[in-house]
Design a protein. Structure first.
Length: 58
């Protein structure tokens, strides 16, 4: 799961599905407070990517 969080942001936009990303974030919300700083940072980056894809703005 950490690998997904750490590398999903590097995927091309076309390969990210908004609904799947949303469900992944919901299912793994505990990673927002991970003891590993890089996981926490990249989790919140995925949240930003989700917002951008879903709402088309930052």
């Amino acid at each position: 799961m950490e690998s997904v969080i750490n590398y999903a942001g590097r995927l091309p936009e076309a390969s990210l599905k908004v609904d799947q990303l949303h469900q992944f974030l919901v299912d793994n919300i505990e990673q927002a407070s991970s003891a590993k700083n890089n996981v926490t940072t990249n989790f919140f980056k995925l949240v930003c990517i989700y917002d951008l894809l879903q709402f088309k703005q930052l």
